[in-house]
Design a binder for this molecule. Structure first.
Ligand code: AMP
Length: 145
């Protein structure tokens, strides 16, 4: 029977993150796997007439990174999962999630079927991109509708 050793759960900071984390935690317990959580801060590149303008100044990225860490630490503590390893990256979520999974021998990625980007579609844009770019299994957790 197949098993999982290293599970990565990818979350945005929406209320649905709790549902995705809960499912990942259940799977980690079931398989006796290590659980890591990743959140990616997106540098908000503004577009003006198809021209890219510089991304956020470094200090703002750092502030967003710190806020994400604080938010996730509080959420995990509230869920009784305060010892979960948290990784906060900066960049494009799909690329950071896939890169981290490959570098760290992740064998299962748990992700929400949709979040902020894909509320109108069956699979959110991040879930879809991860599903099609990954080397490992992916579980999409249905959240919301
Ligand atoms: P979305 O692409 O916004 O529909 O989000 C689908 C799912 O991708 C969410 O439920 C999360 O599990 C994951 N996700 C979205 N944005 C991020 C992010 N910035 N960092 C990590 N995971 C994310």
């Amino acid at each position: 029977m197949s098993t999982y050793n290293r599970i990565l759960v990818a979350v945005d900071l929406s209320p649905e993150a709790r549902i995705v984390i809960t499912r990942a935690s259940e799977l980690a317990q079931h398989y006796g796997a290590a659980l890591q959580l990743i959140h990616v801060v997106e540098p908000l590149i503004a577009m003006d007439d198809y021209e890219l303008v510089p991304a956020l100044p470094l200090e703002i990225e750092k502030t967003l990174e710190q806020r994400a860490n604080t938010f996730l630490a509080s959420l995990l503590s509230d869920m009784g999962m305060g010892d979960t390893e948290v990784v906060v990256g900066i960049g494009a979520p799909k690329r950071e999630i896939l890169g981290y999974a490959k570098e760290h021998d992740i064998d299962l990625i748990v992700i929400g079927a949709h979040g902020r980007h894909g509320i109108a579609t069956l699979l959110g844009s991040t879930a879809n991109a991860v599903l099609h770019g990954t080397h490992c299994d992916v579980m999409c957790v249905r959240v919301g509708n």
